[in-house]
Design a protein around this ligand. Structure first.
Ligand code: C5P
Length: 221
């Protein structure tokens, strides 16, 4: 599979879950495998792009010719994204960023008390992709919308609210696609088009997505 549709383009991709610490040994996270983001990083590099992959904790090795930055929390991911995004042409947010984090992180391991319940107060995390999309010289910004119901209408709303150039909608209520699986079925939404791609492997889908993204970029360097 040789193509060069992203020759010379700089692409930054977030992937995987984030981990939000509760204390030195505990955290809040989610089941994101990172497979879609890693597949996109591989496909973008194969297409000639210079790729930076900002990854939460996953069991995947870095694709060839991809610069990988490992992070844990949403705040770490945002810092790495802001640092990497300068002079970049495309930003793809494929990470499953935790919406909330514990308000404070205990420096010592929390002990089990006598009480039958305990409360952990959570505060909102920054929205990484919305922060990137609000930058004065924003890259072409692509997000994901994993939804269980009213998939397309939530995705359209999310694209507009976060000022994304494109959103990739997928229905995670269907077993075998999306979260933690090897296949996916998505609809691409821009301001002018909605394109449904058939169910296929994340690897194959990533290549199709790169081909769909390429014509939207101003110039090939
Ligand atoms: O979680 P949500 O459905 O809002 O995610 C939509 C898009 O926003 C995804 O591309 C995700 O990577 C991104 N996102 C982000 N920072 C957050 C939450 C979501 O970049 N804090």
């Amino acid at each position: 599979f040789d193509y060069d549709v992203l020759n010379g383009q700089r692409v930054v991709i977030t992937a995987g879950p984030t981990r939000e610490a509760i204390d030195p040994v505990r955290f809040i996270s989610n089941h994101s495998s990172g497979k879609m983001g890693y597949a996109l990083a591989e496909a973008a590099a194969d297409a000639g792009a210079e790729v930076t992959l900002i990854s939460g904790p996953v069991n995947l090795s870095a694709p060839a010719h991809v610069k990988r930055i490992m992070v844990e929390s949403a705040q770490d991911m945002l810092d790495a994204a802001l640092h990497s995004v300068e002079n970049c042409d495309v930003f793809i947010g494929a990470a499953a960023v935790a919406d909330y984090r514990p308000e404070s992180v205990s420096t010592n391991k929390l002990k089990k008390g006598k009480e039958a319940s305990m409360d952990i107060r959570l505060v909102k995390n920054p929205d990484i992709i919305a922060t990137i999309a609000a930058l004065p010289n924003k890259p072409f910004t692509i997000g994901f919308a994993a939804e269980t119901n009213d998939v397309l209408s939530y995705a359209r709303e999310k694209r507009l609210r976060k000022q994304l150039d494109m959103i990739i909608a997928n229905d995670v209520s269907i077993a075998g696609i999306g979260f933690n699986s090897d296949e996916n079925q998505v609809t691409l939404i821009t301001s002018t088009d909605e394109i449904s791609l058939p169910q296929t492997s994340k690897r194959q889908l990533a290549r199709q997505l790169i081909e769909q993204i390429a014509p939207h970029l101003p110039t090939t360097r």
